[in-house]
Design a binder for this molecule. Structure first.
Ligand SMILES: Nc1ncnc2c1ncn2[C@@H]1O[C@H](COP(=O)(O)OP(=O)(O)O)[C@@H](O)[C@H]1O
Ligand SMILES: [Mg+2]
Length: 420
């Protein structure tokens, strides 16, 4: 029987209203003598005697069974593929982002990993908004992915791609939520990602009701966001409808993103975690494990500091046959370019002021950010300078340090320019 025949038959038999046959008739059993005569009689008086015979042939039974099965299967499939169901599933098992580092290349940072796992297993009263920050290349994404894999359940990880636009964002967001893009019928990408965000908000409500704790969403690399997207995501997590249902973790490296979120968020909703450099011992140990001798490892650490990406690059350069002096020259040129871009060289407008600030930093290593605002009395100028890669702003402590050891080295190597 063809599919259209099955449907026609189904419509005729099942959908057309008709008096229901007695159960005994459908099952083709004779009325039991135990049944009272009056009951049998009263029913038979409702139906013509021709209908008292069996209504469906075995073939028709099979057809009905198949069609019912088909309908049931289709409904189940639609239900399983509905965005709500798919996001709920993603929330239950977590995104489990792929790690791009093999275990033999990974240098363990157990304390940072434990802290991150704690953030990713929030309790009922955790703050809804977390900012994880640290310089580019410090190892944020690696450690965050690792921690979110270890926690698994209830952690959604969204990798913000480069270059970022609304289209790329909706793809990554939908991927993290396990949502099929064909569900997003709207052509406007901004509307699409808002729809995905709404699906996530509903899933967070379901998750909270089920497990009694908030769901976690991590937006890695939010420096790439335009302020519009950042504002919407930040508002969503603190909206009264969503509050407590999920926590949002924003991962960033750049001062501009940190500042934007600080200005928009309420301090009572926010918490911070900084991923910093490896210590001197860790850096040396990392280099030693890469078969770099003690003396050379110490020189590299003194030049680049404990940023894992810088250590990794220096080790790779050494292995490719470059001399330490050659590597040092390249790093100094990079530092000089940063000073040029920040307009901190002799002849620049604020050169003298910066010489004072550099002096303080060389002696005490850090400076309270509010002192900078006092000195310049011009927040735009301070924002501009902190956005360059010479100084590092630490939001939790509101302190400023040199961005890296290589910047400090450049200053010491050019003492005549910077040191009074
Ligand atoms: N714990 C680690 N051990 C070894 N290599 C690491 C570690 N963390 C990061 N890296 C490497 O350092 C580089 C930068 O790491 P990444 O996590 O992307 O930093 P970020 O997200 O802070 O920019 C990558 O090449 C990564 O493989
Ligand atoms: Mg990263």
């Amino acid at each position: 029987m063809s599919f259209s025949n099955i449907i026609r038959h189904f419509r005729r038999r099942i959908l057309q209203p008709r008096p229901l046959p007695l159960l005994s008739q459908v099952l083709s059993i004779q009325p039991s003598p135990l049944l009272t005569r009056s009951y049998v009689n009263s029913t038979s008086s409702l139906l013509p005697s021709s209908q008292l015979s069996l209504q469906l042939s075995p073939k028709q039974y099979i057809t009905t069974f198949l069609v019912t099965g088909l309908l049931f299967g289709t409904s189940l499939m639609l239900y399983e593929n509905s965005p709500n169901r798919r996001v709920n599933k993603a929330a239950q098992r977590g995104t489990l982002p792929e790690l791009r580092i093999s275990s033999d290349k990974y240098y363990p940072r157990p304390q940072v990993l434990e802290q991150l796992k704690k953030i990713f297993t929030p309790q009922k009263y955790s703050r809804p908004f977390y900012m994880i920050y640290g310089k580019d290349g410090i190892g944020k994404s690696t450690l965050i992915k690792m921690a979110s894999r270890e926690v698994g359940q209830g952690v959604i990880y969204v990798d913000i791609p480069l270059p970022l636009d609304n289209y790329c964002f909706v793809i990554e967001l939908a991927k993290a939520m396990n949502i099929n893009l064909s569900w997003l019928r709207n052509d406007d990408y901004k509307e699409q990602w808002k729809a995905v965000l709404s699906a996530f908000e509903r899933a967070a409500k379901v998750y909270k009701a089920k497990y009694g704790r908030p769901l976690v969403i991590i937006y890695d690399n939010v420096d790439q966001f335009n302020t519009d997207i950042l504002d919407i995501l930040q508002s969503s997590v603190t909206e009264s409808d969503n509050k407590g249902n999920y926590i949002a973790v924003f991962v960033c490296s750049e001062y501009s993103a940190v500042q934007r979120m600080n200005l928009r968020g309420h301090w009572a909703d926010m918490d911070y975690f900084e991923i910093g450099d490896l210590t001197k011992e860790e850096s040396m140990d990392y280099l030693n494990k890469k078969n770099i001798g003690e003396e050379e490892a110490r020189k590299i650490y003194e030049l680049v500091g404990g940023c894992i990406l810088d250590l990794k690059k220096a080790a790779r350069d050494l292995f490719s046959g470059r001399s330490f002096e050659d590597i040092k020259k390249t790093i100094e040129i990079e530092a000089e370019i940063k000073f040029l871009a920040a307009k901190l060289l002799p002849g620049d407008e604020y050169y003298e002021v910066w010489r004072n600030i550099i002096d303080v930093l060389l002696n005490s290593k850090e400076l309270c950010a509010s002192e900078l605002w006092e000195i310049f009395n011009n927040s735009k100028r301070v924002d501009e300078l902190l956005s360059k890669n010479v100084f590092e702003y630490h939001p939790k402590t509101h302190k400023i340090t040199f961005k890296s050891k290589s910047i400090e080295c450049y200053i010491r190597e050019n003492a005549n320019l910077f040191i009074k």
